[in-house]
Design a protein around this ligand. Structure first.
Ligand code: CA
Length: 231
């Protein structure tokens, strides 16, 4: 398994959530959960999960609608975990973009095995496959330990800020477009969300002390994207 793979469980039955969360945490996964469809979509946008487990019978909206909303913007690995057992339910969910479908009740061994299958869909490798340590003047990025040092000082980044920095710093001198950033950092399929990128970039620049009018590391290519300084 990847280090600290993040799983979001969208499920209204607390017992089921606790049952799954406990088993996943015991295996080193980081787990967040949401008990409604709306809070699930919000959590998907804000907590940056790697995998989603989705119930269909939710109190505020049908899980199929949640699936459709998420698939409009992202290819994140998603498995439906539902009490609905009919062939037509399963086919509809798979056709709507679920990567897998598991019916309740299920055994924990099977759930964990299927989550491992979901992990193979995670495209995180495309972002982080690079030298273990990226070294620039004044900034060191240790990708094995997921740590950033600016002028020798340990800097804490959110997962999105980290991914954003990695995609740029592992391509020094190369322009990375908004589109690529949307796809590789946010997992969005087509549209790029320029505002989210701007906000995240501003926060990242502040943290790595690169927010002056004459940046040292990250340069803006207006209307195109960003470029990390050449080594
Ligand atoms: Ca339910």
């Amino acid at each position: 398994m990847l280090e600290g793979t993040r799983v979001l469980i969208i499920e209204d039955e607390i017992k089921t959530v606790n049952f799954i969360a406990m088993a996943l945490r015991a295996k080193g996964y980081k787990v967040t959960s949401a008990q409604t469809g709306q809070s699930g979509i919000l959590s998907f946008c804000t907590s940056n999960p790697d995998i989603i487990l989705l119930d269909l019978g939710l109190p505020d909206m049908d899980g199929m609608k949640v699936l459709e909303e998420i698939r409009k913007v992202s290819d994140i690995p998603l498995m439906v975990v539902s009490g609905r057992k009919s062939e037509s339910d399963i086919i509809s969910a798979l056709d709507a973009g679920a990567n897998d479908y598991m019916t309740k009740p299920f055994s924990m061994g099977e759930l964990l095995a299927r989550v491992r299958v979901m992990e193979r869909f995670i495209s995180r490798e495309s972002v982080t496959k690079s030298d273990a340590v990226l070294q620039f003047d004044g900034i060191t990025i240790d990708t094995d330990r997921r740590r950033i040092y600016v002028d020798g000082e340990d800097v804490h980044l959110t997962p999105l800020e980290y991914k954003l920095l990695i995609i740029l710093a592992s391509n020094p001198g190369k322009v990375i477009t908004h589109q690529q950033i949307s796809r590789d950092v946010w997992g969005y399929r087509e549209s790029s969300d320029a505002k989210s990128i701007r906000v995240c970039m501003a926060s990242l620049r502040k943290k790595i002390k690169d927010n002056s009018p004459t940046p040292k590391y990250i340069f803006t290519e207006i209307g195109v994207g960003y470029r990390f300084a050449d080594k």
